[in-house]
Design a protein around this ligand. Structure first.
Ligand code: GSH
Length: 124
């Protein structure tokens, strides 16, 4: 499994944390802005955006929150606990989605501003 994203926390920190917490081995592949533009041009990333998770069977997943749900549905946590139970526990799933949406609001409103002021685009 390989995760493609910049060498920043951004939209990949939750994925890196979830994969680590679930003891899933993955390659943390740091890409550059130029790499992203290449993938965009070639159409190799489903939404033309990063992060992207490459599964061992060749499937390429995009959209950070959808990837997070995929990880938390597919794997158990360190203590063997279910992280995203879906229909089995709608309230716990809502609890998780509530946090995800909160972070999403932050990501949509503040990440771009923060990273644009911190880095030039080709330094990502
Ligand atoms: N909704 C997407 C947004 C992803 C996104 O905007 N990624 C940025 C990097 S942080 C990107 O790839 N930007 C290039 C573009 O949208 O053309 C997600 O959560 O994965």
């Amino acid at each position: 499994m390989r995760l493609d994203y910049f060498a920043i926390h951004g939209r990949a920190i939750s994925l890196r944390m979830a994969l680590s917490y679930c003891n899933v081995e993955f390659e943390d592949n740091y890409i550059t802005f130029k790499d992203l533009m290449w993938h965009k041009k070639k159409g190799t990333y489903p939404s033309g955006q990063a992060p992207v998770l490459h599964l061992d069977d060749g499937t390429v997943l995009s959209q950070s929150n959808a990837i997070l749900r995929y990880i938390c549905t597919s794997y158990k946590g360190r203590k063997g606990e279910t992280l995203y139970p879906g229909h089995a526990d709608p309230k716990l799933s809502w609890d998780n989605d509530n946090v995800i949406e909160f972070i999403n609001d932050f990501a949509n409103n503040d990440y771009a501003f923060f990273y644009r002021t911190k880095f030039k685009s080709d330094e990502y």
